[in-house]
Design a binder for this molecule. Structure first.
Ligand SMILES: *[C@@H]1O[C@H](CO)[C@@H](O)[C@H](O)[C@H]1NC(C)=O
Ligand SMILES: *[C@@H]1O[C@H](CO)[C@@H](O)[C@H](O)[C@H]1NC(C)=O
Length: 201
């Protein structure tokens, strides 16, 4: 009886140890996580901010770099075949990519604060497409670039949701006011009729 039990315990310990080893060994090497808004809607002719942040377990050093690239979603656009670098940042310095973006891209983030955001100004209809934000923070270099779908719109077609929310709020407030007014009327009438009754006595 005893030997059997200790045998089982032994096997369990071995199994646990083995599992731990597997978990530790196959645990992914430190990876970089890059975040951005999946979709951004900007009115043409205005300044647009493309936010991008990252998480890395390593200290951000001067060798940290970031690459922003753009791929158009219009088949006839010259940048529709593949992502083209529009901005590169490394060792504390920014470098422009394709000339179409040279004067319009500005780095507004702070790589030490794990912020790789840029501003694009003015936004043009030809910027409609996908922007990729990629960050490397050696030795943390393994990560998937974040992607942002930029939709450039005319003023009139800016997200209806905002308008809907405002209209909804105003309507709701009006309905509430009407309800309060009705309630006040009812209460006053009740008080009034009680007065009449008391007066009659
Ligand atoms: C946006 O694009 C339309 C059409 O190309 C143009 O008429 C309008 O002037 C543009 N708006 C701005 C602010 O550039
Ligand atoms: C921008 O791209 C969206 C799809 O992401 C498309 O529906 C829209 O028509 C495009 N707008 C322009 C001005 O090309």
């Amino acid at each position: 009886m005893e030997p059997k039990r200790s045998n089982i315990t032994c096997k369990r310990v071995l199994l646990t140890g083995f599992t731990l080893c597997v978990v530790l060994v196959t645990k992914p090497a430190s990876a970089i996580d890059i975040y951005a808004d999946p979709e951004v809607i900007i009115q043409n002719g205005t300044a647009g901010i493309l936010r991008c942040t990252f998480k890395s377990n390593e200290v951000v050093s001067s060798s940290a770099s970031m690459t922003w690239s753009f791929q158009s979603n219009q088949p006839d656009n010259q940048f529709s075949k593949a992502p083209y670098t529009i901005f590169y940042f490394s060792h504390g310095k920014g470098f422009p990519g394709i000339p179409e973006f040279k004067e319009r891209v500005q780095f507004i983030g702070d790589i030490n604060k794990r912020d790789a955001s840029i501003q694009l100004s003015p936004v043009q209809f030809s910027d409609n497409g996908t922007f990729f934000c990629d960050v490397k923070n050696p030795p943390d270099v393994q990560g998937t670039p974040a992607r942002i779908e930029l939709r450039v719109v005319l003023k009139e077609s800016l997200p209806a949701s905002n308008t809907t929310i405002i209209v909804g709020t105003v309507c709701g407030a009006l309905v509430l006011l009407v309800l309060i007014a009705i309630a006040a009327c009812v209460v006053m009438r009740m008080l009034h009729s009680r007065h009449d009754y008391e007066g009659a006595r």
